[in-house]
Design a protein around this ligand. Structure first.
Ligand code: HEC
Length: 245
């Protein structure tokens, strides 16, 4: 085996490296110079091919934008959904909740005589007049009926008197508005049985259990909540004297 001079080996390695091939140390004698020589020759076509390959797609590139479909172009140009849309959508349920609460609150806010009147009405009156005042053994109060019988400020006073004393004292006689639409109401005309007195200060023989203030409170409830009247002065503000039992 002949010794290959060191400088030849180095040159071979350099050429191979230049050709892009791995620079493995080749054993074998004398052939390394010959093996190294074709490498640059092989590399040259490769290098030449590379620009050619690069150049080939280049002319194909410009037509590319023209092939973008009109639908895609339209999608790119149209007004985008604004960024704030998502937070707004996300807050929508919260808004809905707050809105629902704001609708519910006025009812919850029942206070003063009207609130007390609700409690009294459900306990002392709804058995005959219905929980919504829709009527039963007693006359219908809702649907605007109670305000037709007892309209306005005078009506308020007359209704307080009626509830306190019942209708026994007006049997066969008109009570409330004599010009009531649909005809005036007379005592005993509904079922023949008069409404029993409700107030402790009733003028008749029979008396009820409600203080004067409690009668005012329940009349407030009938007119404002059941009747839908704007709360008159008597029905506004703090506690109705008389209190709870
Ligand atoms: C035992 C049943 C009964 C109870 C309890 C009762 N009512 Fe009556 N109410 C009647 C009857 C019956 C009439 C109709 C009276 C008539 O025709 O003489 C009436 C009539 C009325 C009217 C007049 C309605 C109209 O348009 O003519 C009002 C107001 C009224 N009641 C309020 C009350 C209130 C307030 C209470 C509770 C504190 C109450 N009632 C409890 C039976 C009752």
């Amino acid at each position: 085996v002949t010794e290959i001079p060191e400088h030849l080996l180095r040159r071979s390695r350099e050429r191979r490296a230049a050709a892009g091939g791995g620079g493995g140390d080749e054993g074998g004698g004398g052939g390394s110079e010959a093996a190294a020589t074709p490498a640059p020759a092989a590399a040259t076509p490769a290098r030449a091919a590379a620009p050619a390959a690069k150049a080939a797609p280049a002319p194909a590139a410009p037509p590319k934008p023209k092939t973008v479909k009109p639908a895609v172009l339209a999608a790119q140009r149209r007004t985008k959904i604004p960024v704030w849309a998502l937070p707004v959508l996300a807050l929508l349920p919260l808004w809905a909740f707050l809105y629902a609460e704001s609708l519910r609150n006025p009812e919850v806010k029942l206070s003063g005589p009207v609130a007390e009147g609700e409690e009294i009405f459900l306990r002392a009156c709804s058995g005959c007049h219905g929980a919504q005042g829709q009527g039963g053994a007693g006359r219908q109060l809702n649907g605007g009926n109670v305000l037709l019988t007892f309209p306005g400020a005078d009506g308020f006073t007359q209704q307080v008197h009626f509830v306190t004393n019942g209708s026994a004292e007006v049997l066969g006689k008109v009570y409330g508005d004599p010009n009531r639409p649909g005809g005036p109401h007379t005592g005993g005309s509904f079922t023949g049985t008069p409404m029993p007195a409700q107030g402790v200060n009733a003028t008749g023989a029979s008396k009820g259990s409600l203080s004067d203030a409690q009668v005012v409170a329940v009349v407030c409830y009938e007119r404002v909540v059941i009747g839908g009247e704007a709360a008159p002065e008597e029905c506004q503000g703090g506690a109705a004297a008389g209190g709870h039992e």
